[in-house]
Design a protein around this ligand. Sequence first.
Ligand SMILES: Cc1cc2nc3c(=O)[nH]c(=O)nc-3n(C[C@H](O)[C@H](O)[C@H](O)COP(=O)(O)OP(=O)(O)OC[C@H]3O[C@@H](n4cnc5c(N)ncnc54)[C@H](O)[C@@H]3O)c2cc1C
Length: 494
Amino acid sequence: MALPTAAGTPERAAAIDAVRADVPDIPISDEAGLVRRRSTDRSALLGPHMAVQTSSSLAEAVATPTDEPQVVALLAACARRRVPLVPRGAGTSNFGQTIPLDGGIVVDLSALTGVTAVGDGWVRARAGTMLDDVDEVLVPHGAELRIHPSSKRMSTIAGFVIGGHGGVGSMRFGGLADVGNITGLRVVTAEESPRVLELRGASTGLVQFSFGMNGVVTEVEVATTVRREWRDVMFSFDDLGSAMRFGWDMTVSDGLELKNCMPVNAAMAAHLTPLQEFLPSGRAAALAMVAPASVEPAADVARRHGGHVTMDVRTGEGPRGFPGYEYTWGHAMWWLRKGQPTLAEVLFLLPEVRPVESLLELVERTPGEPWVSSTCQRIGGRPSPQVAYGIDGSVPGRLAEVSAIAEELGCLVVNIHRPKLTSASIRGFSAEQRAFKADVDPFGILNPGKLEDPDPVDGAGATGTEADALTASGWASRFETATAHPAAGPTGPA
Ligand SMILES: Cc1cc2nc3c(=O)[nH]c(=O)nc-3n(C[C@H](O)[C@H](O)[C@H](O)COP(=O)(O)OP(=O)(O)OC[C@H]3O[C@@H](n4cnc5c(N)ncnc54)[C@H](O)[C@@H]3O)c2cc1C
């Protein structure tokens, strides 16, 4: 839906001034440095296409409300003046989610902080509360977050729920979309007279992974679990296949108390620089987060695959004090990029049939040596190993070529190289989410341009390059079938 003003025009500037006059108590700055900083996220991490996008798409102002009534007042003013809004937590997302595609005002929610309630098995916090602070509050309750991104120390709770999909803990509890993980969301609508809605249970799925397009979240309630004194344990293996099969067994061994596990090939292991003394050269590895009582049995599982333990430290007491999870999930590519500035990532789920064999075949058919890291997770209760596949993005056509081979082998590839929510994303945007958006954002001012256009190649925000044409199926089908047909499980980790 086209807005009456365009980014960068005098008419848009006048509309923003009018918003400013409507809400004089809310700081709205157009200081260039601040606007530039709040218009970017961490998307450049994933490859050259997003690097171009993050440096070229800017907002026009930054608003910093400090409480929910101010959020309501700001949304009312922006709806009246038809000014685009881009909600933002800490800006650590990396699928271009916080990059403004039509200028407007970034709503920085980082001042809405604090845990508001802790119950038996759940916690509720204001949108801008850092995930690490939420976990801290849970310590005296003997509880902890079930799932958090590897960026727990840098991300907000609402940013994770609206922009993330899973992370540390997902090998036991599944992803954010799995039933029971998000229990409630408080959402402000983008209307001239905004409503404040409390979504419970399955309704939270209308807003989860919506890239800030389905209302501004002011509070989040998530399920918690029993707190453990986690240990970071490194296992060494002859090859990637052994490490991957170990990861699969760890995922399905429900007798083990685990929070995380990342198998890597030898090329990737070489880039986890602080951990080198625990990573024998030329060997694959797996880094896991294990409860103390499960370290010994986990070592037994490793032995089944010819592996052995090379490190066993309390989480956060490893080299340079990094918690082990800060090498996994999104962090794996972060470490890799330090040594490989031309890195591009292909992100996919392995097929349910012959997952490990498919990955090994992909490696064999990939020109140059790829950097492979896999994170163990479940979707709908079933193991769904995710692979971050690092390649040299400076080679023209390489990204498209590797994505196509992965698809041919049955992997579900996501296109993470366009700042849009499309059917090729982790989750698509369901008919229910579209209907909800029409209700809560009738003027289309929330993160406009983010949703796939009828013709994605010509859409706003398309880079007009290889990124638009990448073969990608998205993961929506896995989310659907995982819950609909739990009996039709995979045939095993061949
Ligand atoms: C090193 C690294 C590791 C990562 N690891 C993981 C991982 O393990 N798992 C994972 O899923 N992701 C991961 N990510 C991606 C990202 O960190 C997470 O999604 C993160 O939780 C985002 O939080 P944030 O506060 O930075 O949100 P932001 O980046 O600020 O926002 C994310 C999205 O949510 C929207 N949004 C933010 N706040 C609100 C609100 N209050 N109301 C409505 N919309 C809102 C924004 O518009 C944007 O679309 C990683 C990123 C990096 C850089």
